[in-house]
Write a protein that binds this ligand. Structure first.
Ligand code: SF4
Length: 278
C-alpha cells in the first residue's frame, strides 16, 4: 500500500491540534463551541483520544472560514490522510461542523463560498480553488459523529472518546470494516504529490495605500476586515467585525478592543493591522 513521507514544512498551518502518526489515513476534527479560554475538558479529551488512537492530526475547529482554511492546508499537505472523523458539539454561532460537511459534499462557488451551509460567513477567501478541490478529492469521507449544539451527555457518539477511538481504528484497518454505516479501511495515500500551501501573509499584497485619504471609510473598513477574525462575536461591543473595522478606519476604536486578536492564531493578522494603522 502506498504511503508517502509528508514534505518538510508539514503541517503548514499552526492551530489547536496535535500531530500524531504521519502515515495514518485519518484526521480528527473536534468542533469547538466555546471561547478558547473556556474549553470544556471533554473536548480536550476527544482531541487526545484521537491522537492516542492513531490519527495523523487531531484538533479543534472553531470557525467556518479561517479554521476550515487551515484544515484544508494541513490535510492537503499530507496525502496519507483520507478520512476526517468529525465529532464534538456543533457551534450554534459558526456551524463549523456543518460547513465542513457541506464543503466535502458540495464544494464552493467561484467566489469561494461554501455551498449549502447556513453558517454566517462560510468563505474560504485565503486559499486557491485548486487546493479546495484537491482537499475534497483527497478526503474519501467525513465520518460524521457531530452532536447537536448544547449536548452535554458524554456517552453519545460525538462526545464519547471510546466511539472516536473505534472510528479512528476502523480507518486504518487493512480490510474493510463497517462502522456506524461507513465502510472504512486504509486504501493508501492520495495518488498526487502533497501540496504544502501556507496561507499567504496578507501584507504581501499591495495594500500600502489602503489608508490613503482618497479611500472611503467603508472601502478602508473592508480592507481592514480581511485581517479581523470575522467571528462577529460582539466582544468588542460592535455587532459585527465589519462595524468594528469601519470604526477602526475612522479612528474611533482601537485594536485592543478586539480580544480575539490576542489569540496566537491571529498574531500575524494583529501585527498586520497594527502596521497598517500606524
Ligand atoms: S472585531 Fe469584535 S466582533 Fe470581530 S472578532 Fe473582534 S471582538 Fe469579535
Amino acid at each position: 500500500m502506498l504511503k508517502v513521507k509528508p514534505p518538510d514544512g508539514y503541517p503548514p498551518e499552526e492551530g489547536r491540534y496535535v500531530r500524531g502518526n504521519d502515515y495514518s489515513p485519518v484526521a480528527v476534527c473536534v468542533t469547538l463551541d466555546t471561547f478558547d479560554f473556556a474549553i470544556p475538558a471533554e473536548l480536550n479529551e476527544l482531541v487526545m483520544a484521537g491522537v492516542d488512537s492513531g490519527a495523523a492530526l487531531s484538533g479543534m475547529l472553531q470557525t467556518e472560514n479561517i479554521g476550515l482554511e487551515k484544515m484544508v492546508c494541513n490535510i492537503a499537505a499530507n496525502p496519507n490522510i483520507r478520512y476526517i472523523v468529525l465529532c464534538g458539539r456543533e457551534s450554534a454561532g459558526h456551524l463549523p461542523g456543518e460547513s465542513l460537511l457541506a464543503l466535502k459534499q458540495n464544494g464552493v462557488t467561484e467566489t469561494k463560498q461554501i455551498i449549502g451551509t447556513k453558517a454566517p460567513t462560510p468563505h474560504l477567501y485565503n486559499i486557491p480553488l485548486e487546493l479546495i478541490e484537491r482537499f475534497r478529492n483527497q478526503i474519501i469521507s467525513v465520518i460524521n459523529l457531530l452532536c447537536q449544539p448544547g449536548e452535554r451527555d458524554t456517552s453519545v457518539p460525538g462526545l464519547n472518546p471510546k466511539v472516536l477511538e473505534k472510528a479512528v481504528w476502523s480507518c486504518y484497518q487493512e480490510e474493510p470494516v463497517l462502522f456506524m454505516g461507513y465502510t472504512l479501511y486504509d486504501i493508501g495515500s492520495y495518488p498526487e504529490p502533497a501540496i504544502c500551501h501556507k496561507i499567504a501573509s496578507k501584507l504581501s499584497q499591495p495594500q500600502q495605500d489602503i489608508l490613503q485619504p482618497g479611500k472611503s471609510k467603508l472601502d478602508t473598513g473592508f480592507m481592514l476586515l480581511k485581517f479581523l477574525p470575522k467571528t462577529n462575536c460582539r466582544k468588542c461591543g460592535k455587532r459585527t467585525c465589519l462595524a468594528f473595522a469601519i470604526e477602526l478606519a475612522k479612528g474611533k476604536c482601537r485594536l485592543e478592543e478586539c480580544p480575539i486578536l490576542d489569540q496566537p492564531e491571529f498574531a500575524a493578522d494583529r501585527q498586520a493591522l497594527a502596521k497598517l494603522l500606524k
